[in-house]
Design a binder for this molecule. Structure first.
Ligand SMILES: NC(=O)c1ccc[n+]([C@@H]2O[C@H](COP(=O)([O-])OP(=O)(O)OC[C@H]3O[C@@H](n4cnc5c(N)ncnc54)[C@H](O)[C@@H]3O)[C@@H](O)[C@H]2O)c1
Length: 374
């Protein structure tokens, strides 16, 4: 396919900045943004001016009637995903849908069903899989450098205030704190999708059950936040496990170009380990090579030799460029883009099992027991 894929962006909220930037000419995407849609007319005009997009819409149905759009990136709040995705397929557009794909498995199944009756591509946008240190780690695991993963520790640190971070409008958080919009779990349910996706990606076997614990922290003096928290993931092989632990700080001396949080991912294998300081924020960028380590990827191999690759791109925004490119190239090459809807459904099932565990006294919940809702 020679021509560029013509993309429409639906939803121009906080995260749209990184989607819009991914299509900038310097990223040499075989695609261009031809239309944008948001019900917020002020934001619509602001984006149209900044990115020079002529075709603007405040109504989804009108936007989808535009036959110049080949593919849509859907970036609206989760509870609108099913409606917007089904409408996009009925209008003949390929769909890249931001996580979380849906709030229930039945909604997810409705989208899968509609997409199956078309020739159109359907993928869930999960950019952490396209974060370069994680891509490198996947390669090292495939090459058997640390053996089979036996334990993953995913640590996350979140701060109400840090040395630098994005301004996130209160209304971007508000729908995440509602039951209907996000089970009132802004970190555990929303951001958690990335964490379960990454854990599932590195372990080549399904998560069997989860055990979830949460505390709470008052932030900005008014909002009840759902962390600190600790999630345990178990596998059929009882010698394997993963954890995701999150702390919340009133202030942390961290720089971030994006949200006020950062991650540290460690994968322990049969005979080695991989350490990846940093992801969303820039907490580790200026650390020297001693503990906890500089942003990038470090590993110890079977012979006990330490290695570091600090040339991988550690800017979180780059994962959005890579993830958008995957969608565009998959359309051009007529193949399924990652993350495919069946795997995305399984990751959603893990998310819902965690909600059920929190609501049942932190009980262990089998992932396969989730049939629709938490
Ligand atoms: N991959 C990531 O790391 C990441 C990070 C943040 C958000 N997200 C996901 O992106 C999506 C959006 O999140 P956000 O933080 O940008 O939210 P947001 O609230 O900042 O933005 C949502 C936008 O959708 C618009 N909108 C709502 N209803 C609409 C409608 N009916 N028609 C047209 N526009 C409508 C709103 O006006 C708003 O501009 C969510 O699914 C979220 O989970 C992903």
């Amino acid at each position: 396919m020679g021509d560029k894929i013509r993309v429409g962006i639906l939803g121009l909220g906080r995260i749209s900045t990184l989607h819009l930037q991914a299509y900038k000419p310097e990223n040499k995407m075989n695609a261009e943004i031809v239309a944008i849609c948001d019900k917020n007319k002020k934001r619509l005009k602001q984006v149209a001016d900044e990115y020079n997009v002529e075709q603007t819409y405040s109504n989804v149905d009108e936007f989808l009637k535009n036959n110049k759009i080949d593919a849509v990136e859907i970036l609206t709040p989760h509870h609108l995903h099913t409606e917007h995705t089904i409408k996009a397929f009925r209008a003949g557009k390929h769909v890249s849908l931001q996580k979380i794909p849906a709030l229930t498995l039945s909604d997810m199944d409705k989208m899968i069903e509609v997409s199956k009756n078309t020739e159109l591509k359907f993928r869930i946008f999960e950019n952490f899989r396209f974060y370069e240190p994680y891509m490198k780690a996947k390669g090292l695991i495939k090459q058997n450098v640390i053996g089979k993963p036996v334990k993953i520790d995913y640590q996350m640190l979140s701060a109400e205030k840090s040395l630098s971070a994005w301004d996130v409008p209160l209304k971007s958080w508000q729908w995440r704190l509602t039951e209907k919009g996000n089970y009132k779990l802004p970190t555990i349910f929303d951001d958690g999708y990335h964490k379960h996706s990454i854990i599932a990606h590195f372990f080549d076997e399904p998560v069997k059950s989860v055990i979830a614990w949460q505390g709470k922290t008052k932030v900005f003096n008014v909002l009840d936040w759902d962390i600190p928290a600790n999630i345990i993931y178990t596998f059929k092989d009882k010698s394997h496990m993963a954890t995701w632990s999150i702390s919340m700080h009133k202030f942390f001396p961290m720089q971030s170009k994006y949200y006020g949080c950062d991650e540290y991912l460690t994968i322990y294998g049969d005979y080695g380990a991989i350490y990846m300081p940093g992801c969303t924020g820039s907490l580790y960028e200026n650390c020297d090579n001693s503990a906890p380590g500089k942003a990038g990827i470090h590993w110890i191999d079977k012979e006990g030799k330490w290695h570091s690759d600090l040339n991988v791109n550690t800017d979180w925004a780059n994962s959005f460029v890579n993830c958008s490119r995957e969608f565009i190239e998959a359309i051009r090459e007529d193949r399924q883009p990652e993350v495919n809807p069946i795997e995305a459904r399984y990751i959603l099932q893990i998310s819902l099992a965690i909600v059920r565990s929190l609501r049942n006294n932190y009980r262990e919940i089998k992932v396969k027991d989730i049939e629709d809702k938490p």
